[in-house]
Design a protein around this ligand. Structure first.
Ligand SMILES: Cc1cc2nc3c(=O)[nH]c(=O)nc-3n(C[C@H](O)[C@H](O)[C@H](O)COP(=O)(O)OP(=O)(O)OC[C@H]3O[C@@H](n4cnc5c(N)ncnc54)[C@H](O)[C@@H]3O)c2cc1C
Length: 388
């Protein structure tokens, strides 16, 4: 059975997120883009409103929501400001591997408190020398008695400067390739954790991205996520949950660019008529609508599959690749619709074009999504719907 209707709870979540986006985010988005100031007050309000940490199980006092719920929410927040949305939703990325592999002890100590106390966390996997090639990370965790000693560096970690804890992937057996990796929860206040300066990025400027260095950082073995050697599987498995939400973020940004384009093209006149009356413009906008609709369906499908117990890696990569590429194209076209005004900071689409680019880079580049999709196809598993 195919059913695209949302439940009453999902409709309520969408409306809550839409109101939040309209009242709290949109009015401040330009300010935070221009200053790069971190939107801490907005994150606190998002947490108070119940828009953060959606997936913490009810057993640990959380909302126990699914990935489709996050997809519905993420489109609304990214429509308003994808820099703020990235900051708000980064907790879900850090939580994803933890929810896959954490012990009851870790859940009670680190995760349950997040339901009654505002806390920020970050996913720390990428390193200066290894982004796409996660198996090439060099951070080590050496076992000494009941502790692990961490040494190494991470790079491009969203929310690192404001986080209480990090999910860190490290090599516990440097000779065992990806099977020698293990995940840990590392509190940022632990001696030897050094947080770098805020990076100045092209777009999503208010989101906080930093390097992190570990110098002889002592972590108790109870902070391990899963078993020794499970880290790569857990860290990559997290993307099955998070890629649909990142992909719909691109849909949200594209939808915002589309709305601006429709409004502008109906009011701007050249040669005595609105520019929308030219097929060159109206077809550009029709193609925006077509691709936003297609992208949204891909995200909903990828999220629905995993919520219903199906493997979704292939569909999540297709959604991520399609939506990221589509978003960059639509935002670039929106600048074109605006002509010279599109290139100017006082008009909204210039920000969207800058913000859109990161969707082709973080959580696996557009090329890496194609590597994953190709592998499924070449292994003879891709195109058949897993539910058939
Ligand atoms: C703003 C921002 C926020 C981020 N947030 C986080 C975060 O919170 N946590 C985290 O762990 N990481 C984060 N990242 C890191 C991000 O996931 C990586 O930048 C990304 O995975 C790419 O890695 P890289 O930068 O090392 O590029 P590289 O891996 O060096 O790739 C460079 C280029 O080569 C291409 N390429 C590489 N390998 C192949 C291949 N096999 N086939 C075809 N093309 C290939 C890539 O697609 C890319 O175009 C963030 C990055 C940014 C910029």
């Amino acid at each position: 059975m195919i059913d695209f209707s949302l439940t009453d709870e999902q409709k309520a979540l969408r409306d809550l997120a839409r109101d939040f986006a309209k009242n709290e985010m949109i009015p401040k988005s330009e300010h935070h883009d221009h200053t790069g100031e971190y939107p801490m007050d907005i994150l606190k309000k998002a947490w108070e409103t119940g828009l953060m940490n959606l997936h913490i199980p009810t057993k640990y006092n959380g909302a126990g929501m699914g990935d489709l719920d996050e997809v519905i929410l993420a489109e609304e927040l990214n429509y308003a400001c994808s820099g703020m949305a990235t900051a708000i939703l980064a907790n879900n990325l850090a939580l994803a591997p933890v929810l896959i592999g954490a012990s009851d002890e870790v859940m009670k100590k680190f995760i349950e408190p997040m339901t009654h106390e505002f806390k920020i966390c970050a996913y720390a996997v990428t390193e200066p020398g290894a982004g796409s090639d996660v198996a090439g990370i060099r951070t080590t965790a050496k076992r000494v008695g009941d502790e692990y000693i961490l040494n190494g560096s991470k790079m491009w970690i969203t929310n690192a400067g404001v986080s209480d804890w990090l999910f860190v992937l490290a090599k516990t057996d440097p000779n065992a390739g990806h099977k020698g990796m293990t995940g840990f929860i590392v509190e940022t206040k632990t001696p030897g954790v050094i947080i770098g300066k805020k990076e100045k990025n092209m777009g999503q400027r208010c989101s906080d991205t930093r390097g992190v260095t570990f110098e002889e950082v002592k972590i108790h073995k109870s902070q391990m996520i899963g078993g020794e050697g499970d880290g790569f599987k857990i860290a990559m498995g997290a993307f099955d949950h998070t890629r649909p939400a990142v992909a719909i973020g691109a849909v949200g940004v594209a939808k915002c660019a589309f709305d601006h384009s429709v409004r502008y093209s109906n009011t701007r006149t050249t040669f005595g008529k609105p520019i929308s009356s030219n097929q060159a413009i109206s077809f550009m906008i029709a193609e925006m609508a077509r691709d936003i609709e297609a992208g949204r369906l891909l995200c909903w499908q990828a999220a629905w599959l995993i919520d219903n117990g199906h493997k979704n890696t292939y569909q999540a990569s297709i959604a991520k690749a399609f939506c990221a590429d589509m978003c960059v194209r639509i935002c670039t076209d929106a600048v074109q619709v605006f002509g010279g005004y599109g290139y100017n900071q006082e008009y909204p689409v210039e920000k969207l074009m800058r913000d859109s680019k990161i969707f082709q880079i973080y959580e696996g580049t557009s090329q890496i999504q194609r590597v994953i999709i190709s592998k499924f196809i070449n292994d003879g598993k891709g195109i058949e719907h897993p539910n058939n």
